[in-house]
Ligand binder design. Sequence first.
Ligand code: CA
Length: 410
Amino acid sequence: MVGPGPLGVTARDTWLELPEDTGFGIANLPLGVFSTAGRPPRTGIAIGRHVLDLGGLTGDPVHSTGSLNAFMALGPGAWRGLREQVTDRLTDERYRARIEPHLIPRAGVRLHLPIAVADYVDFYSSEQHAVNVGRIFRPGSPPLTPNWKHLPIGYHGRAGTVDVSGTPVLRPCGQREGPDGEPIFGPSTRLDFEAELGFVVGAPSEPGRPVPVGAFPDHVFGVCLLNDWSARDLQAWEYVPLGPFLGKSFRTSISPWVVPLAALEEARVRPPVRDPRPLPYLRDDEDPWGLDITLEVRLGGETVSRPPAAGLYWTAAQQLAHLTVNGANLRTGDLYGSGTVSGPERNQRGSLLELSWGGTDPLTLADGSARTFLEDGDVVTLTASAPGPGGTRVGFGEVTGQVLPARCCQ
Ligand code: CA
């Protein structure tokens, strides 16, 4: 059994030559679905600049289905077993000749949507984000609604429009409020991104049996990056009283690699103090799941924000407990977003809505151009990293998307 030594995993005797600064080191082992020319999509693990072809290596049909769902449904024992097996193979020189034929340069593969998304839920768990949005959307009212500190607010989104990084984002059309209070139909003029983490449910739960906070790692397989593209003008006109609808459902983008929870042990931190104390089913004092993951938002290649997920008020474990407390069961492939991650500083805000303060304070880019909201052609890329063992970093890859002109109103 190979374990992290005093110098951490970088000191492990892996026979792989890994780039010094790789976020896909031996302690990460994120899973995704890839294909090469003429071969169907199959499951792989990102390691350094390569993909380890699990379908080819193991011959196990569970890794040749074109999504992670079949493997994730096997549950935490199988997740642990695979992780131990792969760690063993990549650190023991005796396996080198057998493994090397299954290492494929990542630059030459196509990455696919890693999961068949069952249900998609998005939360609203960054206090700073909720306060900013409250001030922008409801000036003169208390920025947080009275329920905000008692439950993780969320809504059910549209699973069928979740797609993988690289999928173009067509500017949506819809109704927005005109200057005279009458609706106008047309392309959104306030298209935005939201920098979020996505949590992927692997193991299902039974109807009528809420998942307690402590059972989070028994059900959630891992974490990806998520961009909840948002049309603020559509959203502002439609969201009262039932919440987001068409302003969000046109597209959600996720990263191709799902980082296992097991890779994030070093990233666990205590979340902020919750005051008032939440109801018993949301209490997590004994086993909190704050995650010290720092996101980075790039607009056209320029970093415009570094939102810190460690400050999220509600953790993913509390979100899961809330999501199931009414007896709703989980299915393999369920995906839920953390909500936009925003920190207290301007350069930690996770949306253009906040960065440009509702469009009133444009963001100036290095090339001299200014943005209130996204323009056609803009490319938004999210990346993230978290502390790993022995001073290493755990990377998440990226989720990127380019905005294309609206097609729906011609
Ligand atoms: Ca969101």
